[in-house]
Every structure is written in structure tokens, then in C-alpha cells.
Design a protein around this ligand. Structure first.
Ligand SMILES: Cc1ncc(COP(=O)(O)O)c(C=O)c1O
Length: 369
């Protein structure tokens, strides 16, 4: 039986990519801000509706660099309900993560809990637009300006997402995207920092190139975060197909919602209210009314070769390098702790067939027995 995974990486028709490879072979420009790199930065600015973008090898290095660019130190308020790279990027900067609980509806950082976690050492907030659902950007902005804090959004899931005022990526000081194979838009591996002005982009461009300003001048202990021409060229081809991919995901999302309408104890997150969602994940919460655990459903699905994922379980705060932090206790994070035990991300990708979706839902319903 065919194995169904939580996602299936999108690839364009190979013939569309081959001419780009021929150009790379002819020019022998493989990296270091080559022509495809520059073209992809411009194309993404236009597509996403943002002013400046700096491409990266992946989002993790981009997050580490974003914190460097703003010289973040001390403590940063963040969510425990995310992929571990969010908090790891803080640790790589010698910054202490302070975990704050999430909202039950969106599973994003709860702005009403942020102020209580601010101390004289707090320098920034790092929220995550979890599953591509926008954070309460206005509330976060108000707190940040009241306490003079920087905001760096981990927008790894938020490619192409708009909120009430256009691209969600224009909020905060910086936003970081992931173009990993599993994302809505992929360059095999890749990422980017969205920045508000040319000066900040210039600093970020220098930091991702070892800190070089020119041939002989190095102004900071930068890293190698440059995206190669191969990945950038792939991005240019992927971009032609991304609207169709998101539209196809929307169909899958709507179908799941319909199939799960009357399944007691299985709750979908509220439908995105904003214009332009990206339908990157399909999380459901399995609560006690269902009668069996989330893990029981997951095992039943696996037995049918359906590999859903428990994103995000365990919470970041449960990993050994974080669990000793005062903010990492379950008592401090009741909503996140409950969600981590209830969540299951069902398979979603363009053109996932209605038959397979029906099989997934039948299995969930049947697992109750
Ligand atoms: C929320 C979040 N942040 C950061 C990352 C890291 O992205 P990358 O794999 O591009 O380094 C991921 C990756 O999957 C993620 O889901």
C-alpha cells in the first residue's frame, strides 16, 4: 500500500528547471549573490509584497543571523509551541529563551501573557506564525513599543500569508521564512529574512557572507548563510507554480473540514479569517470527548500506512537544554502543554486525493471503537 506522509515536497516539471542548470553550467557562477540569487530576491519581494529580502541556506541560519543583525542579548520572550529551531536560534546567540503560553484558538503566542514575563533583561519577542496563522501582530506591536523591545517573527510557515493589512511579513523588525522541502514554497533547503529597509538588508547580507564588506574588510564575525545559484534557480521555477499549489491545498483543507464536521472530540483550528492563507498544515485537536488518545489515533493511522505528525510535541520547553528554565514548567504553559498532547497534523499537500482524505477520516472515526 502507498505510504502517505504528512506532506509531499512540491517539485516543478524537470524540463522547466533544466535550462537554468544549463545557464549555471555555462556561466560557472555557483553562489555569492549570483544572477539567479538576485532575480529570486526581486521576484519574492514582488510576490510577497515586501520591500527587501535576503536569501539564506535555511531558516535556522537566518534566525541566528536576524538576532545578530539586531544585536539581541539577554532574554527573549518566545513560544514553546514551535519547531525546536526557534529556541535554538536564541541559544546560538547566548540569549535566554523565556517561554510564554499560547492562545487556545490559534496556538500562537498569547499577547495577554507577554507583559508579565518582561524583565529588565528582556530585549525582544520572537513569536511564531504557527501553521501560517498570523499572530495578533497589533497587540504584539503595542507591547513591543511600550517596552522598547524588538520583534523578530519566525515566519517559517507563513509564506504568502496576508493579515488584515497586507503581507503578515511586514510586521515586526524582521521576519524569517523557511523554504525547506516540506514547506509550501521550497528550494530543497532555503530560507530568507524579510527586512524593512536597504540599510538593514545590507547588514544582513554582510553577516551571511562572513562579515565581508569588500575584498579585505570584515566588520563582524559573520557566518556562511548564502543561498546557492542552484537553490535560487529552483526557487524561480517553483514560484511559477506556487499559486496553483496553494489553491490545491485550499481544496484539501475545505474537504477535511467538511469530512470532520460531526466527529465529536476532533476539532479543527478555526478557518483562517485573513485574506490569503497558505494551508500549509492541517492540525486537529483530539480532546477527551473523543474517548481515546491522540496517540491511539496516530498508531491506527500508521497501521494503514498514513503518517500524520504530532507537530508540536514535545514542547520545546520539554527538551533537556530548556527544561531547567524557570519559564519551562507545565504550570506556566497550560494551554501549550494541553495542545501538545492533543494535536495531530493530518496529511496535506496539493492534490491529495479525496479518497485518501476519506480513508484518513474513516480511520480516525474507526479508531474510537
Ligand atoms: C517554526 C519553524 N521555525 C524554524 C524552522 C527551521 O527551518 P529550516 O529547516 O529552513 O532551517 C522550521 C522548520 O521546519 C519551523 O517549522
Amino acid at each position: 500500500m502507498e505510504k502517505i506522509y504528512v506532506t509531499k515536497p512540491e517539485l516543478p516539471p524537470l524540463e522547466e528547471f533544466l535550462p537554468y542548470l544549463e545557464k549555471i553550467w555555462a556561466s560557472r557562477v555557483l553562489t555569492n549573490n549570483g544572477p539567479f540569487h538576485q532575480e529570486l530576491e526581486s521576484a519574492l519581494c514582488a510576490y510577497l509584497g515586501v520591500k527587501h529580502i535576503s536569501l539564506f541556506t535555511n531558516a535556522t541560519i537566518a534566525l541566528v543571523t536576524a538576532l545578530q543583525a539586531l544585536r539581541i542579548s539577554g532574554e527573549v520572550i518566545t513560544t514553546p509551541y514551535s519547531f525546536v529551531a526557534t529556541a535554538h536560534s536564541l541559544m546560538w546567540n547566548g540569549v535566554r529563551p523565556v517561554f510564554v503560553d499560547i492562545e487556545p484558538d490559534t496556538l500562537n503566542l498569547d499577547p495577554s501573557k507577554i507583559e508579565a514575563a518582561i524583565t529588565p533583561h528582556t530585549t525582544a519577542i520572537m513569536p511564531v506564525h504557527c501553521y501560517g496563522n498570523p499572530c495578533d501582530v497589533d497587540a504584539i506591536e503595542l507591547i513591543a513599543s511600550k517596552y522598547n523591545l524588538r520583534v523578530i517573527y519566525d515566519a517559517a510557515h507563513a509564506f504568502g500569508v496576508d493579515c488584515h493589512c497586507g503581507s503578515v511579513l511586514t510586521h515586526g523588525d524582521l521576519s524569517v521564512l523557511s523554504f525547506h522541502a516540506t514547506k509550501v514554497f521550497n528550494t530543497f533547503e532555503g530560507g530568507a529574512i524579510v527586512c524593512p529597509d536597504a540599510h538593514t538588508k545590507q547588514r544582513i547580507d554582510q553577516l551571511k557572507n562572513f562579515g565581508f564588506v569588500d575584498e579585505t574588510t570584515v566588520i563582524a564575525p559573520g557566518i556562511n548563510g548564502k543561498m546557492s545559484e542552484f537553490n535560487a534557480a529552483l526557487g524561480l521555477v517553483q514560484l511559477r507554480h506556487v499559486d496553483a499549489a496553494i489553491a490545491a491545498r485550499a481544496v484539501v483543507d475545505a474537504n477535511y473540514r467538511q469530512l470532520l464536521t460531526d466527529v465529536e472530540g476532533v476539532t479543527c483550528l478555526p478557518e483562517p479569517k485573513h485574506l490569503n492563507a497558505n494551508y500549509s498544515y492541517f492540525p486537529v485537536l483530539i480532546d477527551p470527548r473523543y474517548g481515546r488518545s491522540r496517540d491511539a489515533i496516530n498508531e491506527k493511522l500508521k497501521a494503514q500506512n498514513i503518517f500524520a505528525r504530532r507537530y508540536f510535541y514535545p514542547l520545546i520547553s520539554e527538551f533537556p537544554m530548556y527544561q531547567g528554565l524557570p519559564s519551562a514548567t507545565r504550570a506556566n504553559l497550560p494551554v501549550a502543554s494541553e495542545a501538545a498532547n492533543q494535536v495531530l497534523c493530518l496529511p496535506i499537500y496539493p492534490n491529495l486525493s479525496p479518497e485518501i482524505q476519506r480513508q484518513v477520516v474513516d480511520c480516525i472515526v474507526g479508531a474510537r471503537a
